[in-house]
Design a protein around this ligand. Sequence first.
Ligand code: NAD
Length: 361
Amino acid sequence: MNFNIASISGDGIGPEIVREAKKVLDVVAKKYNHTFNYTEVLMGGCSIDAHGEPLTKEALETAKASDAVLLGAVGGTVGVDKWYDLAPNLRPEAGLLAIRKGLGLFANLRPSFLYDELKSACPLKESVADAGFDMMIVRELTGGLYFGDRKTETVDGVVTATDTLKYDENEIRRIAIKGFEIAMKRRKKITSVDKANVLDTSRLWNKVIAEVAKDYPEVVVENMLVDNCAMQLVKNPAQFDVILTENMFGDILSDEASMVTGSIGMLSSASLGATKLGLYEPSHGAAPDIAGQDIANPIATILSAAMMLRYSFDLDKEADAVEAAIKQVLKEDYRTVDIMTEGMKQVKCSEMGDLICERIA
Ligand code: NAD
């Protein structure tokens, strides 16, 4: 099959890690008889330098016209980079918000998976880490508290701030459908997270989830209060397959779920909209402190490329092959510096990419 990918290297380590992900995709293309065409798109600091803005209209149009967008990271060293004094809407990170909005991406996917070989990095107690975990947080991305009306005013002489938490049934339904579709590609279990003992939005959330669930009889659905979920993530993360939740709960829980894996260079993510077009990027930033040294861990970006194969292109077999190759490399004790421990074999960013390519079956 033939797919068009908008490739955004961005800033810092972005070009190094995207290069490795493309290397891996090219091996997949050759082995499985596909064609991936890349169009380079500037975003972030590099676009500011070239065009005076973090994302041009043309760049957004290129992204919109593609089948998927693969992104490294954008941004410089916070506080000291040359873009720091620009207005917020002209800084590198504004490109991220603009592309997410421009592509209509309302679902954020963050997998949290504990590799056997990296269990020592897991901050949870040994018995919990030994059980392992493999979950996907599906978070609503464009509604709820972060997008509601807000104001700060003086009421009867007292400064008072108000934020509004609002969801309509259509917003909930479209993220619910995404969540169920993703569960169907996994172990077919959804934990829907809410605060229905207090919030009306959560009660509506649960009602719509229950309606959508009728179309997916194979998926087991459970409801969990957000405070309980925060506890269960550190007590028994193995119980989760897909965690489906609204924007703010997802913001907090996805960071908690990723930190229990212990290694930032391993965490992938995807943002999806109503169509198959998605944006795939590592969860980490541009890491300017190590940029240009060929020492960054490219695995989060390569895993994001595997998500692109699975969710935008429906190439599940190919995605499995990439994930298996990563597991094999770790099993053979190869590590980039961020996940290096005693007795392991330290490799550079480009070597890690090569090792993964060689193991794609
Ligand atoms: P960061 O994630 O870039 O770096 C945090 C720490 O983790 C650094 O020590 C870095 O060296 C290390 N690290 C990150 N990714 C790594 C990898 N793949 N391999 C090895 N080590 C890795 O976060 P930060 O320092 O807070 O932000 C740096 C810049 O990135 C800022 O300009 C910030 O705005 C931007 N940022 C961009 C995105 C994005 O593009 N989606 C996300 C977060 C931060």
